[in-house]
Design a protein around this ligand. Structure first.
Ligand SMILES: Nc1ncnc2c1ncn2[C@@H]1O[C@H](COP(=O)(O)OP(=O)(O)OP(=O)(O)O)[C@@H](O)[C@H]1O
Length: 626
């Protein structure tokens, strides 16, 4: 172990942020959130408070010692004083050196390594675990940037609060009490104005507290709105540029920044005004102390030593009033910030696993929707007493006008939302009674808008099964016809092939390439049930044919629910279910439905330009599902 390790490692391992078990945050208010974290780091914080107070005690002892020296030397003369009081001098000398520098170094290291790195990382990790547990609906309702910004604001606020509560605060308190006691021991006449001064400062803080808290909360909210708006803008930059809307969007950002500036000004005004009052109180205190001090010297109720000690204490006290003010400001800013972020961190997720939830066991892959009723928050029914059974291995195509509820139905199967009434069963197991993870592991999804993470293309495929080997990844990429373009991939950092990064959300790949990566990913996952949400925008017919062929491959032997838009997909389904306003209005083989001349036939005619082939059966049988 190196010397550096020996010195710093103990401080670095006092808090192991990622080893702490997740504990849900209380929803009772900012103070409860603070207490939650304080109890998490209690051992470390008690040590911190003791260490800070020890340093302050050393400081006060040194001041007391100095005043004793000044008085002793004045009264007895230096040689006599040195002779009789050398143990005191030696003790003070040791406190000044090496006592104070060593203690300060240890406290600073504790501050920087344990409290400055370990503690915020632990708060960040706990906050992330709280956010990660939220339902999908939560992420749909909020700007991602706003959530991230609230979380990072909370991290620094909680850290700051804890340091104030256990370091600056106790030290300051001890300094106040110690100074008053020391002053009283020197002269009660000098202590009196200090007591009045402290009382006035405390009264001022209590009087201003609600205003501080409210203005700080508004500032925190506005700050997270700015972060949210900016993230939303950057995420949608392509669309913004397509509409050449940079200027109007800049206008919108300008407005939120403007609002944020206003709230910050209003917050700062109140702080600066209270600062002025505190400065005025300080001046009055100095005047009072100096008047009492000089008159004490003249009238003889004070010695020079007492006067010097008092002036020194006063100087320290008044220079610390700004620490006191800053502390107040930080406390209220932190409370405001935590209050603003509470909904993000403490809203309990509505979709949770039951305590006795088991893993879903899929033996056949039958899906049953029984009298399912569902509405989003707005309350308008989106799925209306819908019953549907998908047999094991059956391929069902969901068709319907836009807004009919097709995507919603697929999302209900994945339990992204809980239904209001009825039940959804997979092989007879209610999806609310199994763990969400096992449910989602059993369902492969290829969504309209293929989401890829900004990682290597290989890692994006591996998402289907994290433990997959390189060979398995290459095999599925080949099956998805993705191997060809992957071999040619290169990114700006010089990574090639499977190691090349795909850009945020896969932006560096074409739509068809993204689809192929998604197919490879689902092939690797090899889940018994497949949900396919087909993109409405048509790929060029050659790509479509290629993708369709790959999809057939993925669908083999699986139970499939496909939100089908393309005729080529519809034609391959065993059964079509036509949805309208969350209800099944038609159902049957595609060819039967065309002949029924209902909603499906209308949609079909629209897509084929009114062309209905004479021999429909032949058209459908031309491309069997499996
Ligand atoms: N997250 C949401 N919150 C609130 N309402 C929603 C949400 N998602 C969808 N809706 C509403 O639910 C209804 C059904 O939407 P859904 O996306 O299921 O339709 P769809 O049939 O898949 O449409 P499309 O073919 O256009 O994708 C619509 O009225 C839509 O506005």
């Amino acid at each position: 172990m190196s010397i550096s390790d020996a010195i710093y490692r103990p401080f670095e391992t006092l808090i192991r942020p990622l080893d702490l078990p997740y504990r849900p945050l209380p929803a009772k208010g900012p103070v409860a959130v603070l207490l939650h974290f304080i109890s998490m780091f209690r051992g470390v914080l008690i040590a911190l408070a003791l260490a800070s107070m020890a340093i302050e005690a050393i400081n006060l002892t040194i001041i007391w010692g100095l005043s004793v020296i000044v008085d002793g030397v004045t009264q007895k003369g230096a040689p006599a004083f040195l002779h009789s009081e050398w143990p005191l001098l030696a003790f003070l000398g040791l406190l000044i050196f090496p006592g104070m520098p060593i203690a300060s170094f240890l406290l600073n290291t504790f501050n920087s390594h344990t409290l400055g790195v370990g503690m915020p990382a632990a708060i960040q990790w706990q906050g992330h675990k709280a956010v990660e547990r939220q339902d999908l609906a939560f992420f749909h309702d909020l700007f991602a940037g706003q959530v991230a910004s609230r979380l990072s604001q909370v991290v620094s606020s909680v850290q700051q609060q804890i340091i104030i509560a256990f370091q600056t605060g106790p030290r300051f308190l001890l300094q106040m009490i110690g100074s008053v006691i020391l002053l009283m021991s020197l002269s009660w006449q000098l202590a009196l104005p200090v007591i009045v001064w402290i009382a006035l400062n405390v009264a001022l803080a209590i009087r201003m507290a609600p205003t501080f808290a409210e203005r700080s909360r508004r500032t925190a909210k506005q700050r997270s709105l700015v972060a949210g708006a900016i993230t939303d803008l950057y995420t949608n930059m392509q669309m913004i540029k397509q509409f050449a809307a940079e200027d109007s969007e800049a206008g919108a950002i300008r407005r939120v920044i403007q609002k944020s500036v206003q709230t910050q000004h209003s917050e700062q005004r109140i702080y600066r005004t209270s600062e002025l009052i505190v400065v005025a109180l300080n001046m009055v205190l100095w005047l009072a102390m100096l008047s009492i001090g000089f008159s004490g010297l003249v009238k003889g109720f004070l010695t020079v030593g007492e006067f010097v000690g008092a002036v020194y204490i006063l100087q320290r006290l008044s220079s610390h009033t700004f620490t006191f003010l800053q502390m107040g400001q930080q406390i209220f800013q932190a409370i405001g910030t935590i209050k603003d972020a509470m909904p993000v961190l403490t809203t309990p997720p509505t979709i949770t696993d039951r305590p006795d939830a088991k893993s879903l066991m899929v033996s056949r892959g039958e899906i049953r929707f029984e009298n399912v009723d569902f509405a989003y928050k707005s309350g308008k029914p989106v799925i209306d007493r819908l019953s549907l059974t998908v047999r094991p291995g059956e391929k069902v195509g969901l068709v319907g006008l836009s807004g009919a509820g097709k995507t919603t139905l697929a999302n209900l199967l994945l339990r992204f939302y809980d239904i209001r009434d009825g039940a959804i069963l997979i092989d007879g197991q209610d999806i609310r009674e199994v763990t969400q993870a096992s449910l989602r592991r059993a369902i492969g999804v290829i969504a309209q808008d293929v989401a890829l993470l900004h990682r290597s293309v290989g890692d994006n495929i591996r998402y289907g099964r994290p433990e997959a080997t390189k060979d398995e990844i290459e095999a599925v990429a080949k099956m998805a016809s993705a191997d060809g373009f992957i071999a040619d991939l290169a990114d700006g950092e010089g990574r090639r092939g499977y190691d090349a990064f795909v850009g945020d959300r896969g932006i560096k790949l074409s739509g068809g390439q993204r689809q192929r990566v998604a197919i490879a990913r689902v092939l690797l996952k090899d889940a018994p049930i497949l949900v396919l949400d087909e993109a409405t925008s048509a790929l060029d017919s050659e790509s479509e044919a290629a993708i369709q062929e790959r999809l057939n491959f993925v669908m083999e032997g699986k139970t499939v629910i496909a939100i089908a838009h393309r005729l080529s997909t519809i034609a391959r389904m065993d059964r079509i279910v036509v949805l309208d306003h969350g209800r099944i209005v038609e159902e049957g083989r595609p060819d039967e439905l065309v002949e029924q001349d209902g909603l499906f036939a209308r949609l079909w005619k629209r897509q084929t330009g009114g062309f209905i082939p004479e021999d429909i059966d032949e058209l459908f049988s031309a491309s069997p599902a499996t």
